[in-house]
Design a protein around this ligand. Structure first.
Ligand code: KIV
Length: 277
């Protein structure tokens, strides 16, 4: 929305994502955590920017998503929203609700979702979980806050699973996941992320729902795909899961640039006369 309350013409809305599913147009989503990256990704035509709680890992260096706080998420979200608004303003911005900001009670979840929506002009929140949080999803969507769901591997439950392996490989868990997807659709979710599940199951969920599915490690049949931006840019040499396609090697680019800078400073060749006043 602009300051007069008018929607920018090309801004991606929940309605647009539904239309994309119906028209068979694939949805592209990437994470973003800061202003400059949000500008670049928005301008590149990414449909949805997710301010993921993966910021806890890739931005702050924690080993899980659990430590990140709601205030830290809001800090990242504000920067991303500013980036989108200063660029084409096209991308939808979705904010992850961090661990324990929505699990205690529906009331607290609603208060925190409201806080996230009020403190900056994002479009939606994302919550992990199925039937257990269905009432919470309903409560949040009932007041007009769009909710994206997240099923399959749910990183906020990593201590329960004990590993990051592919989820729902057994029939019982696969049936439960399909049921959970139907339940959160019923509760009002406008889309659902499917993380690290077999492609055949993701395909089944995708054709069973009217809302779009966005896969990460869930095969090509999903209505859209999401990846962590740091992973596609090759910023972390140690992280190479099978589902990530690396589109650039920024680790090498940055190291080379930094090494050259150090060399130039040490040699006294930076700054030159042109670079001085
Ligand atoms: O936090 C995150 O980056 C996510 C994506 C992996 C979907 O939830």
């Amino acid at each position: 929305m602009n300051s007069s309350g008018q929607q920018k013409a090309a801004h991606v809305t929940t309605r647009r994502l539904l239309d994309m599913k119906q028209n068979g147009e694939k949805i592209s989503m990437l994470t973003a955590y800061d202003y400059n990256m949000a500008r670049i990704l928005d301008r590149a035509g990414v449909d949805v920017l997710l301010v993921g709680d993966s910021a806890s890992n890739v931005f702050s260096g924690h080993s899980t998503t659990l430590p990140i706080t709601i205030e830290e998420m809001i800090y990242h979200a504000k920067a991303v929203v500013r980036g989108v608004h200063d660029e084409s303003g096209r991308a939808m911005v979705v904010i992850d609700m961090p661990f324990m900001s929505y699990q205690l009670s529906g009331e607290e979840a609603l208060r925190n979702a409201g806080k996230i929506m009020k403190e900056h002009e994002c479009d939606a929140v994302k919550l992990e979980g199925g039937r257990v949080i269905a009432d919470t999803i309903k409560r949040i969507t009932d007041v007009g806050i769009p909710v994206m769901g997240h099923l399959g591997l749910m990183p906020q439950s990593i201590y329960k699973y004990g590993s990051y392996r592919v989820r729902a490989q057994e029939e019982r868990e696969a049936e439960q996941l399909l049921e959970d997807a139907r339940i959160i659709e019923q509760a009002g979710a406008f889309a659902v992320v499917l993380e690290k599940i077999p492609s055949a199951l993701a395909s089944n969920v995708t054709s069973s729902l009217t809302i779009p599915t966005i896969g990460i490690g869930a095969g090509v049949a999903c209505d859209g795909q999401v990846l962590v931006v740091n992973d596609i840019l090759g910023l972390n040499r140690e992280f190479h899961p099978r589902f990530v396609r690396q589109y650039a090697d920024l680790h090498s680019v940055i190291s080379k640039a930094a090494r050259q800078y150090v060399e130039d400073v040490r040699a006294g060749s930076f700054p030159s006369a042109d670079e001085s006043y």
